[in-house]
Design a protein around this ligand. Sequence first.
Ligand code: HEC
Ligand code: HEC
Length: 358
Amino acid sequence: MTRWLRGGGGGLLIVAVGLMAACSSKPSVPAWEAANPIEPLPTPPLGINSTFSELKDPPTPARVRLGRWLYFDPRLSKDGTVSCATCHVPADGFSMRTAVATGIRGQQGTRKPPSFVNEAWTLYPFFFWDGRAASLEEQALGPIANPVEMGNTHAVMVQTLEQVKGYAPYFQEAFGTPGITKERVVHAIADFERTVMSGNSPYDRWRVNHDESAVSDAVKRGYALFFGKAECSQCHLGDNFTDSRFHNIGIGWDAATKTFKDEGRYAISHQDADRGAFKTPMLRDVALHPPYMHDGSEATLEDVVEHYNKGGQPNPWLDPKIRPLHLTDEEVHDLVAMMKALTGDTRTSTKVVTSFPQ
Ligand code: HEC
Ligand code: HEC
């Protein structure tokens, strides 16, 4: 202000500023709102051949904005220290770079946090490694009340949010009335998640836009192997490179005791064939979040391909699609190069919200 007053046109500016103040009846935008403005839905990037309008209940900009706050807000956890983003880190492709997750009071879980990019359009509605949730909404209820993750109860979470006066207007904006319920909280978070997409990777620029210079020859050879000799596409298929189905590839099998540390899908389905079976993970952005598998037991993508190359870990429930591949070292390298070319410019990962309604 003082700088303006010294200038030649200062008088005019004062009048203009005065008029603006008089005309605007709204109080100025709070800092948290300026940090998280309402935005149009992002456009699905190159390589993602889906649209929001094909969803039964497409996300709305107001729900996405609210969901972004809730996703990053540690007040949803029992002791205010852990948010969804603690374990699903935007810079790590919405997964994280450790084998298993650490929740409140430093407690360790037993499974790796998977990514959820492009999951607005899953082939089958199975969420978690064992598919126990049928929607992103149902999924989001889990970690809030999981004692080793966010350690809260849904009722206390709702009470905590009700005490934050600044949240009510955004629930009003998103749902038409200011009431806060657990259903609304997870609906908003799920809508935010639906806008987390990854595409426009070097792979997409080559395959979709036919830009031959977008990828190396190694990637092109890796592509031929992935869909050919190595037969990865038996399970890793579609825009997101997953069949959303469950397979046993031998991870976590203890040959000495002949048991799995984690029975995976079997604990949900109680079908013998599902012992040691886990949901096929997507491969977009996979290079961003080593180590790999439900237990983080494979350190690098090279290790993953070597696991397949030797025919997985034999066990009575091994998926018949898994068998020795006889890949050369160069072919292993080419497959890894192809997977590294799947790192996209994730559209909504750039914004990490740190300013919340008060
Ligand atoms: C303490 C770490 C931690 C926190 C906090 C956490 N998650 Fe997770 N998340 C995980 C782990 C571990 C899994 C896999 C668990 C399993 O499969 O049993 C998972 C699974 C998921 C999945 C399933 C993806 C798929 O393809 O199956 C989604 C989506 C997800 N979390 C979203 C969220 C949301 C939303 C929040 C906040 C409400 C959240 N997570 C909080 C660790 C965490
Ligand atoms: C029979 C189905 C099937 C086939 C064939 C298959 N995969 Fe997988 N893939 C899976 C499943 C299931 C997992 C998760 C297993 C687990 O965690 O227990 C997985 C995990 C992975 C992971 C780890 C991703 C992460 O986020 O942790 C990578 C990378 C991968 N596969 C790449 C490949 C490649 C490359 C090929 C071909 C050489 C291949 N897959 C063939 C089903 C399959």
